[in-house]
Design a protein around this ligand. Structure first.
Ligand SMILES: O=C(O)CCC(=O)C(=O)O
Ligand SMILES: [Fe+2]
Length: 281
């Protein structure tokens, strides 16, 4: 092999556009990116449908101001009724044929930059509703990738329906700190995740995000939430996306994930059959 060919092969090329490189750097450094929603119509549709579904489940009429209604839903439901409300909202939203495309349209370009332009999307709708001071619906510190179900190629698109800040939001450990702390997990085997959280707490980033913005993060780093100590209710969706042709673990294509953007060259490739007479013997 000539010297030129050799050096070309070892070079790490980056043909990303400038704005893609900015997103890539942010995502690699922070483990997440917060971005303006790309379609306010799509986001408003999702919020309006969620508010209508919640009001219906609570035997109320559709609210004039969906954001204010969701933010103060603790005036209409208590901790005991919360899970039924959440499940009923999810069921209503799953009945909308255009929920998923609207959700994707909130961050189509962002996902294409961070993940790829041939994508699989989680079918189920994951919704968090966190009432003030409720310790019953917490997601303690974890990395989704620690379970055998999650592929590290997944990215979570987390969409809030209300402004989220402080303990009303969620936290993540940036990748560099995560890489350091994962080597020390063994030390916390007996004391548990609360002790681990206390140890990493000074290094976590709390995501400050307003309605109108979306968050994309890698669930391979440690993250979670705490008791919501604000006096407002958090409403957020978390739905996963991954490159269609990246490895699948427990969450399979056609079951947990569905293909949402298949390019024609891939269709040709997937449908191609080698004519029998031309097989190498
Ligand atoms: O919404 C949260 O606070 C945490 C979400 C989460 O753990 C996830 O989407 O993987
Ligand atoms: Fe998670």
């Amino acid at each position: 092999m000539s010297k030129d060919v050799e050096s070309n092969q070892s070079e790490d090329r980056n043909f990303l556009l400038d704005q893609e490189s900015v997103l890539t750097d942010q995502f690699s450094r922070q483990g997440f990116v917060v971005h303006q929603a790309e379609s306010s119509e799509a986001l408003d549709y999702i919020r309006a449908q969620t508010a209508i579904a919640a009001a219906t489940a609570l035997n109320m009429s559709a609210p004039d101001d969906p954001g204010a209604f969701l933010n103060t839903v603790d005036q209409h439901v208590d901790v005991g009724g919360l899970n039924n409300l959440r499940m009923s909202v999810i069921e209503s939203l799953l009945g909308l044929p255009d929920f998923h495309i609207n959700y994707f349209n909130c961050a189509r370009g962002l996902l294409e930059s961070l993940v790829g332009n041939e994508l699989a999307m989680q079918r189920n709708i994951a919704l968090s509703v966190q009432l003030p001071d409720d310790d019953g619906s917490l997601l303690p510190l974890h990395s989704d990738a620690w379970g055998s179900e999650c592929s590290p190629f997944e990215v979570v698109l987390w969409v809030p329906l209300v402004d989220c800040y402080d303990t009303k939001s969620m936290y993540l450990l940036p990748p560099e700190a995560n890489a350091k702390w994962v080597t020390q997990l063994e030390d916390y085997k007996d004391d548990g995740v609360e002790a681990l959280f206390k140890a990493i707490e000074p290094e976590v980033t709390w995501v400050n995000i307003k309605y109108g913005e979306v968050l994309a993060f890698t669930p391979s780093v440690m993250h979670g939430n705490r008791v919501n100590q604000t006096d407002e209710t958090r409403w957020s969706f978390n739905i996963r996306f991954k490159g269609l042709f990246t490895p699948y673990s427990g969450k399979r294509l056609g079951e947990y994930f569905m293909p949402i953007s298949v390019r024609p060259a891939s269709r040709v490739g997937l449908e191609f059959e080698m004519p029998g007479a031309f097989y190498d013997s």
